[in-house]
Design a protein around this ligand. Structure first.
Ligand code: ATP
Length: 255
């Protein structure tokens, strides 16, 4: 059942006395291109954190491709193919761009001191494979020219691309992208959107939180709108953005 979907079922979350999510239920195609919008403070980032396992819901359930992941930690969700990026990129500023990608790779047995002594050849081979994979993504993301620069020196848009690269190192089947276009110039927005389209055509699904509605609706096939902690509307982007309830809730009718 729902073996090809991310199913979010009746999620509740309160911080102190304030209820942020009040029974959010939605179902997104795991391999599809979907967007999640809503006014500031609607609970989008909180929902992302709960879906990816960084925060616990007070109630509700999450299923990914038929697996109940509600009680799994972040690492186990990543193993099942779920990846996420953050609104504020979390790269290591003092590491190079390439090192940032390599550090994101899972299962680095080279980090265990014992295996450095016992199996040095295997670790060198593994590191070489990780470096090759990182270089492949750097090339795909047009970051090869800055691979040896410190991540802190990148522009806002390049940092978004790096963040995407870091999650790609986890080999996800679905990526939750938190505001990929925020603080990015229009040219680079087009480039990031194109990368997302290419990855989608290769079978990686996306659920994207974004305030730039024009860029988002041009990219995704399906939009979800949450408002005051519940799902307000969903459907084809043009239909959703024309929905009077959405226009009313979202920016007080200015959409
Ligand atoms: N750790 C926390 N402790 C207390 N309140 C929190 C916490 N995280 C989020 N909130 C509150 O929950 C509400 C929803 O925040 P959230 O960041 O999920 O909304 P959002 O829809 O992503 O907003 P934005 O579009 O502005 O990023 C906000 O009122 C926020 O202040």
């Amino acid at each position: 059942m729902n073996s090809d979907r991310l199913v979010i079922q009746d999620i509740y979350k309160a911080f102190g006395g304030a209820t942020v999510l009040e029974g959010v239920t939605l179902s997104a195609a795991a391999g599809g291109l979907s967007g999640l919008i809503g006014p500031n403070g609607a609970g989008k980032s909180t929902l992302f954190s709960i879906v990816s396992g960084f925060q616990k819901a007070d109630a509700g359930e999450i299923f990914f491709e038929g697996h109940d992941v509600t009680r799994l930690d972040v690492v186990d969700r990543v193993r099942l193919g779920m990846g996420r990026t953050f609104q504020v990129p979390r790269e290591f500023g003092s590491l190079s761009v390439r090192e940032n990608l390599m550090a994101a790779a899972p299962d680095q047995s080279g980090e265990s001191l014992l295996s450095v002594f016992l199996r040095p050849g295997a670790i060198r081979a593994q590191e070489a494979a990780i470096a090759e994979e990182a270089d492949g993504w750097l090339d795909f993301l047009n970051l090869s020219a800055v691979a040896d620069l410190r991540a802190a020196s990148l522009s806002g848009g390049q940092r978004k691309l790096l963040e995407l690269g870091r999650v790609l190192m986890l080999r996800p089947r679905m990526i939750l992208l938190d505001e990929p276009f925020a603080g990015v110039n229009p040219v680079l927005i087009g480039e990031i959107a194109q990368k997302i389209r290419t990855l989608s055509a290769r079978g990686i699904g996306f659920l994207i939180v974004e305030h730039n509605l024009a860029s988002l609706s041009a990219l995704v096939d399906h939009l979800f709108v949450i408002d005051r902690g519940t799902l307000l509307a969903e459907g084809h982007p043009a239909a959703v953005l024309a929905d009077p309830r959405v226009r009313e809730a979202y920016m007080g009718g200015v959409v």
